[in-house]
Write a protein that binds this ligand. Sequence first.
Ligand code: UPG
Ligand code: 3PG
Length: 265
Amino acid sequence: MSAPGARAVAAIIPCKDEADRIAATVRAVLALDGVDTVVVVDDGSSDDTAGVAHAAGADVIVHARNAGKAAALETGVRHLRELEAAAARAGTGTGPGAGASALAPRHLLFVDGDLEDSATNLHVLVPPVLEGRADMTVATLPAQKVAGGGRGFVVRLAREGIEDLTGWTAVQPLSGMRCLTAEAFEAASPLAPGWGVEVGLTVDVLGAGLRVEEVPCELQHRVSGKDWRGQVHRAAQYRDVWRALTRRRLRRALSDRAPGVAHRI
Ligand SMILES: O=c1ccn([C@@H]2O[C@H](COP(=O)(O)OP(=O)(O)O[C@H]3O[C@H](CO)[C@@H](O)[C@H](O)[C@H]3O)[C@@H](O)[C@H]2O)c(=O)[nH]1
Ligand SMILES: O=C(O)[C@H](O)COP(=O)(O)O
């Protein structure tokens, strides 16, 4: 339990068809120090992700239709803030996460649903944010036990785009495991849609003058293969990353000439 007045951390887990893996992931995240709330957003799964996540102890929200990872994260954060507001109105400071101040919005821990027991290693992401040394930490993963089938096109597009827009070089620009403050989340809201979310977060958080730090973390996840499914997935990632970067380049180009318009792009 958190010390009185200390900020707790809420984990948000976006999931599409993760029934085989989500129970182990939820259990590992629930056991993390400082994490007092775990929200799973079932993003239109065709399996029993929601039921399995609920049985494992998560607070579960369901999208009736698939809306993509970024939308699932936004739904999870919105739900969390509603719970916090309800706890504040009730004056209990309990709600999800008894012990944390009802008034302090929780820090966020974004977690993919497929990490299983390795999610226990996510604890390294939290201290730099809790202690005020970083506004967002990003996990970098070791070589995976099962090799993936990527050729590095999406990763390169993302890395070079972030570099161009911010001057910062990310080792693993697509990594979705992140711990961030409420302020960092707001700086990147609305999130870049779909698979553009990570690039959008990094560019927007740095652009707001906040600090981003990559932290090595012993995680294992389901890698995308070389088969057609893997390639279709990469094509969608490429499209969404490209869109997130293009929108931010446009914003940059317009910010001097038409700041009001740039703000709305
Ligand atoms: O429509 C979708 C598709 C996926 N997911 C969930 O999003 C997470 C990440 O999806 P995954 O299929 O594991 O994507 P990968 O290609 O393996 O992911 C890498 O690349 C993504 C960015 O393109 C990042 O979001 C991930 O963190 C990173 O591990 C998982 O929990 C999914 O269940 C959704 O919520 N909605
Ligand atoms: O497999 C991966 O690492 C991602 O899908 C990105 O694909 P890439 O290797 O083409 O960048």
